[in-house]
Design a protein around this ligand. Structure first.
Ligand code: CP
Ligand code: NVA
Length: 303
């Protein structure tokens, strides 16, 4: 795998290898004498900090570029940005509005014969680095035991998509609860169903019934802020609060990629409850970035 644009760019076995590498206490400094370019078209706290920290821990130099600074397709084309950055950096991480931008960047780099790999740091379509951290967190609590049920409640967005694919690949059971017009379309549902056991509900309670993992994310993702007020109305009943959590398994954990919005997709009470593993999940963002850089540099865990 040269570029990491979606979670299924890795196989099931490779995901497990990345998670194993994430746990290495003294990882080889595979990025020494190397820099990594991190481009952000949208704001970030966790992704930027966890990526920079991981690069530093592996001996490399992170170079972050934020919001309008680069001007992808404004100041110059995505292709020209990619080819320029690839001439400096061993890896390019990019957080973009349009997922297609990542594909264009990867294609331009490949056509130029560069070895540099592109890593998706979130697009409108997917958030695979988040999914790796989510899988690391779930594995820590439940393992990848068949029958463990993960319920995603909220907008069928980038985070939901990568999480669903990743969980199904690892053999977990998935339930997605979204308001009627915010669900995955039929083609995606069929694609997910081909991967494993997944069901779709417009009643959040039914999605959460008996789940070991209850996951939620913002109702209006970055780029959809103007829909916020409409979505507040459309998502009534989809707040992950103690009422909804009473439908989950007794040992259920609560997950959120963050940032959280109190009283909207999650109540503060649930976010701060003993079931909440959101800080562990945030810390795992850094660990899996280390694992991913190690894996993409050719390191494999000892069997
Ligand atoms: N979860 C996540 O990607 O957070 P940031 O947007 O702060 O990077
Ligand atoms: N779905 C959210 C995730 C933020 C980390 C967004 O795209 O804004």
């Amino acid at each position: 795998m040269k570029h990491f644009l979606e979670i299924d760019d890795l196989s099931k076995e490779e995901i497990a290898e990345v998670l194993d590498l994430s746990e290495l206490v003294a990882p080889p400094r595979v990025l020494s004498d190397m820099s990594v370019g991190l481009v952000f078209e949208k704001p970030s706290l966790r992704t930027r900090n966890s990526s920079e920290a991981a690069v530093y821990q592996l001996g490399g130099l992170p170079v972050s570029m934020v919001s309008g600074e680069v001007g992808i397709d404004k100041r110059e084309s995505a292709e020209d940005v990619a080819r320029t950055l690839a001439s400096y950096h061993g890896f390019i991480g990019a957080r973009v509005f349009a997922h297609s931008t990542l594909g264009r960047m990867a294609k331009a780099i490949d056509a130029a014969g560069s070895e540099t790999g592109i890593i998706n740091l979130l697009s409108d379509h997917s958030h695979p680095c988040q999914a790796l951290a989510d899988l690391a967190t779930i594995r820590n609590h439940f393992g990848f035991r068949p029958g463990v049920k993960v319920a995603f409640i909220g907008d069928s967005n980038n985070v939901a998509r990568s999480l669903t694919i990743g969980c199904l690949m690892m053999g977990l059971v998935v339930a997605v609860g979204s308001p009627e017009s915010y669900g995955f379309d039929d083609a995606e549902r069929a694609r997910f169903q081909a991967l494993g056991s997944v069901t779709f509900f417009s009643d959040p309670g039914r999605a959460v019934d008996g789940a070991q993992v209850v996951y939620t994310d913002v109702w209006a993702s970055m780029g959809k802020e103007e829909e916020h007020q409409q979505r507040l109305r459309d998502f009534v009943g989809f707040t992950v609060d103690s009422d909804l959590m009473s439908r989950a398994s007794e040992d259920a954990i609560v997950m959120h990629c963050l940032p959280a919005h109190d009283g909207e997709e999650i109540s503060r009470e649930v976010l701060e409850s003993a079931a909440s593993v959101v800080w562990e999940q945030a810390r795992n963002r850094m660990n899996v970035m280390r694992g991913l850089f190690l894996f993409m540099s050719g390191v494999r865990p000892r069997s």
